[in-house]
Ligand binder design. Sequence first.
Ligand SMILES: [Fe+2]
Length: 355
Amino acid sequence: MERLKIMLVDDNITNLTMGKSALAPHYDVFTIPSGEKLLKVLERTTADLILLDVEMPEMDGYQVIRILKSSPGTADIPVIFLTARTDMGSELEGLSLGAIDYITKPFSPPLLLKRLEVHLLVEAQRRQLQNYNNNLQCMVEEKTRAVLGLQRAVFDLLSEVVEYRDDVTGGHISRTRKYFLILLNGLAGGRVYASEVASWDFELMVLSSQLHDIGKVAIRDSILQKPGPLTAEEFEEMKKHTVYGPKIIEKIEKNTSERNFISHAKNMAASHHEKWDGSGYPLGLTGLGIPLPGRLMAIVDVYDALISRRPYKEPLGHGQAVNIIRCGSGSHFDPALVEVFLNVAEEIREAAATE
Ligand SMILES: [Fe+2]
C-alpha cells in the first residue's frame, strides 16, 4: 500500500529531526524549514497532512494556512499546528483559520503518532463520503435524464398514435409543435402573462402540446378519417375529443409525480377549442377563464388547419390565415396572444414553408 505523505514544517532543525524520526517508520516524511519552501514544494506535489509550526521568521504558520486554505489545490489538505504557545487564544486562532488540531511542543512521539493516525483516518473517511456523495449525485442525474428521456419517448409515441389514426390532418401534431414553440419564444421576455410564462419549462410545454388531440384516439374511424365535411351529428361526436383527451392524460397523472407537466398537457387537451367569447367547446369557457396553454394552442391549431389541405378544402395562404386570426382577436382568440402571434408570424411562415 502506498505510504501517506506528511509534510513537517519547522524552522528549528532539532524539531524537524525529532519529528522525522518519530514519523518516518510509518509515513513518507518531508522536512521543510519554512512556509515559503512549503508553498514551493506544494506547487509540484501534494500532501496527505501538514504539521505546521506557528512561530517561524518571515512567514508565520497563520499566514501559511491562510494561503493554503485560499487555494483550491491545497484547501483540502488537513493542517495541524505545532507550537510552543499554550494560551487558549492562540489555539482558537489556529483552529478558526482551518487547522484540524493544535499540538504543543515539545511533543511526545507516541502521542503525536496517535493523533496523526486519528486525523488521517477521519480524513480518509471524509474523502470516502465525498466520493460517495459525488457518485450518488451522478447516479441521480443519470436516472433523471433516463426518466425524462422515457417521458419524452412516451409522449412522442402517444402523439404519433394520433397522427397515424388521423390521416386527414397528417403531420398536424409535428407542425403545431413547431409553431407552438415559436409562439412561446415570442411570449418569453415580453410583458404579456410574464409571471406565468416565467415558471414554464418550454421543452415540457412543447411536449405537452403534442398531446392536445390525444382524445381523437377515442373517435370512430368513420368520423376521424371521413374524406369530407362532417355532419352536425358527426361534428358533435368529434368535439368530444376535448373530453376524452384530458381523461386519457388523467390516467397518466395518477401514475406520476410530474403533476405540473401533466396538468399543462391536460389543460391543452381540454381547452384548445374554447373561444375567448365563450362560443367554443366543450365547456364554453370565456376569456381568462380558459387556461393560458389552451389559449395559445388554439391559435397555432387554427393557423395550421387554415394553411393545410383537407379532402374538402384547399389550403389558404399564410397571409390569409394570419388575417383570419387577426379578425378572430377578442372573439375566438385572446387579443394579447394574437398580438404576440402577429409579432412572430413571419417566423411561423418560414417554419411552415420548410414543411
Ligand atoms: Fe383538437
